[in-house]
Design a protein around this ligand. Structure first.
Ligand code: FAD
Length: 215
C-alpha cells in the first residue's frame, strides 16, 4: 500500500473479534518500528492510528508542488549511525548529503545575505559543540540554557520551532547532542514516503483515535 487512502481502507477490514498480543497506539515512526519488530518476532499486533495515514510527523506531500515535499521531518540526521539509513537501503531509496552552502534565510520578504546565513551556521556549530560537552558531562539541561548570544538564541528557537515542534525549554541537550553535528542526508522521494512504505503490510487501523477508559 502506498497511498493514505489504501492504508486507511486496509484498517477498516479488520475483524473486531480478533485477539492480539499487543496494541500499539499511533503509527508514527515509533509505532511503525515497534509494530515491525514485534510482528517480526511473531507477536499478534494491531496498530491503532487516529489519522487516515501512517507516518505521524513524518509526511510527504507529493500533490501541492508536483514533487515530493516533506512537510514535517525531512533530514536523516547523523546518517552513518541512524537506523533510518538502513531502512532507506532496504527500500532501495537513494540518500543525498544536505548542503549547508545551499541554505537560504528569508526575512522581511527578502533573502538575507550569505554573511548573515553564515553567522547562523557558525552559531549552530558552536551550539552543537557546547551541547556535546554538556552531554559528555552527563548533566542534562534544557536546550534553552545553552545559547550565549543573539544568533545562538535565535537559532535554538528556530530549530525547536521548525525541526522539533517543541519549546526549547522542553528539549533535552542530551537529545540534541545525540543527533550529531554532521552528515545529515535527505532521502530522495521523501521521508514520509519511506514511512508509508515501512507501514505497508502491518495490521493497522486508520481513523482509530484511542481515548481514555473510565476507571
Ligand atoms: C516540522 C518538523 C520537522 C522535523 N524535522 C525532523 C527532521 O528533519 N529529522 C528528524 O529526524 N526528525 C524531525 N522532526 C521530528 C520527528 O518528526 C519526530 O521525532 C518523529 O516523527 C516522532 O515520531 P513518533 O512516532 O514518536 O511520534 P509522531 O510522529 O507524533 O506519531 C504519533 C502518532 O500517534 C498518533 N496518535 C496520537 N494520539 C493517538 C491516539 N490517542 N489514538 C490513536 N493515535 C494517536 C498520531 O496521529 C501520530 O500519527 C521534525 C518534526 C517536525 C514537527
Amino acid at each position: 500500500m502506498s497511498s493514505p487512502r489504501a492504508w486507511a481502507q486496509a484498517g477498516q477490514s479488520l475483524a473486531p473479534s480478533t485477539v492480539y498480543d499487543v496494541a500499539i497506539i499511533g503509527a508514527g515512526a515509533a509505532g511503525i518500528a515497534a509494530a515491525r519488530a514485534l510482528a517480526g518476532a511473531g507477536a499478534r499486533v494491531i496498530v491503532l492510528e487516529a489519522r487516515g495515514r501512517p507516518g505521524g510527523r513524518i509526511v510527504t506531500d507529493s500533490q501541492t508542488l508536483g514533487l515530493p515535499f516533506d512537510v514535517g521531518a525531512s533530514y536523516i540526521h547523523n546518517a552513518p549511525i541512524n537506523p533510518i539509513t538502513a531502512l532507506a537501503a532496504q527500500q532501495g531509496v537513494t540518500v543525498i548529503p544536505s548542503d549547508r552552502e545551499s541554505l537560504a534565510l528569508r526575512a522581511n520578504s527578502r533573502n538575507e545575505p550569505r554573511s548573515v546565513v553564515n553567522r547562523y551556521v557558525a552559531a549552530d556549530q558552536r551550539l552543537i559543540r557546547r551541547s556535546e560537552r554538556i552531554a559528555r558531562s552527563g548533566n542534562d539541561q534544557p536546550f534553552s540554557a545553552v545559547p550565549r548570544d543573539i544568533y545562538e538564541r535565535r537559532f535554538v528557537d528556530l530549530h525547536c520551532a521548525t525541526d522539533i515542534a517543541a519549546d526549547a525549554d522542553r528539549v533535552s541537550v542530551l537529545d540534541i547532542a545525540s543527533a550529531g553535528a554532521t552528515d545529515d542526508r535527505f532521502p530522495i522521494g521523501g521521508f514520509g514516503t519511506m514511512m508509508m512504505r515501512a507501514a505497508t503490510g502491518l495490521p493497522v487501523n486508520g481513523g482509530a483515535k484511542v481515548g481514555h477508559a473510565a476507571a
